[in-house]
Design a protein around this ligand. Structure first.
Ligand SMILES: NC(=O)C[C@H](N)C(=O)O
Length: 271
């Protein structure tokens, strides 16, 4: 569906979403949408993405920031990535420990010297794993000037080996943004890294397919190869089209645009 810019679209991870406090998760998403959207008054799409994700990282309700799951040694290692479409600028962090990994990714992007920093930040974070209701989080935004940005943040997969890096901090896999599209993915990193769905969406959109068809085609191919319950994606294009696709039971997501705001839980493909 097409919306009037500026637009902010977020997700809270693809999964079964059974036995979770849906109200609590959706209220964090509402807060994230409001906080992120307020950035459009002074900033652009990148600030909207960073602030929207930081709110969710701080909530402890999703598998990101203080809600991150623990690895096989009972420690947290977080991944995050961020991209600005017009300049293809990227900042990403892998296997770090910080209260707001997305802010560290932003720091890497602004410094501009490197793209992906691993094991660089080790802050003391009081992680609250037991309270996480949701999963990996991501956001995409289109600002008034037509600039697209995408970001993703995660604690990864529960019980992972120390040093394991998933798709979330890898451009083209967990996130991607160009002049045409901004995409954030969630699901099984070990599979997403084989296919690079976020990059595929940009390629299909560049070939002239609609955003919705692009997501559907990538999801169908992914499901045909690997089966279900492993991928979710949200995306925006420069014309203001928004789309979401997932092959799991649910993927909470929310959108705020010029005239309104909505959150969703299941409703496959709708936005
Ligand atoms: N739930 C997730 O989205 C996990 C994340 N994609 C990872 O593999 O690290």
């Amino acid at each position: 569906m097409r919306y009037n810019k500026p637009i902010l679209l977020i997700h809270g991870g693809a999964g079964t979403w059974r036995n979770v406090d849906k109200e609590k998760s959706l209220s964090v998403m509402q807060e994230s949408l409001d906080r992120g959207y307020s950035e459009f008054r002074t900033g652009g799409s990148i600030e909207a993405v960073v602030e929207a994700i930081a709110v969710i990282e701080d909530s402890g309700v999703f598998n990101a920031g203080v809600g991150s799951v623990k690895n096989s040694e009972g420690k947290v290692e977080m991944d995050a990535g961020l991209m600005f479409g017009r300049t293809l600028s990227i900042g990403a962090v892998a296997s770090i420990r910080a209260r707001n990994p997305i802010r560290k990714a932003y720091q890497v992007l602004k410094e501009g010297r490197h793209v992906l920093m691993a094991r660089t930040y080790w802050e003391d974070v009081d992680v609250n794993e037991g309270h996480a209701q949701g999963d990996t989080v991501g956001a995409v935004a289109l600002d008034e000037q037509g600039n697209l940005s995408a970001g993703t943040s995660t604690g990864g997969i529960r019980g992972k080996l120390p040093g394991r890096v998933g798709d979330s901090p890898i451009p083209g896999a967990g996130f991607y943004a160009t002049e045409r599209v901004a995409v954030s993915c969630t699901g099984v990193g070990e599979l997403i890294l084989k296919v690079l769905p976020a990059k595929e969406i940009d390629t299909l959109r560049a070939m002239g397919y609609s955003l919705e068809d692009s997501l559907r085609a990538v999801l169908n191919k992914f499901t045909a190869t690997f089966g279900r319950d492993n991928l979710g994606m949200i995306a925006l294009d420069s014309e203001g089209n928004a789309a979401a696709s997932f092959n799991t039971e649910a993927m909470p997501r929310g959108i705020r645009w010029r005239e309104g705001k909505r959150v969703f839980f299941k409703e496959v493909d709708s936005l």
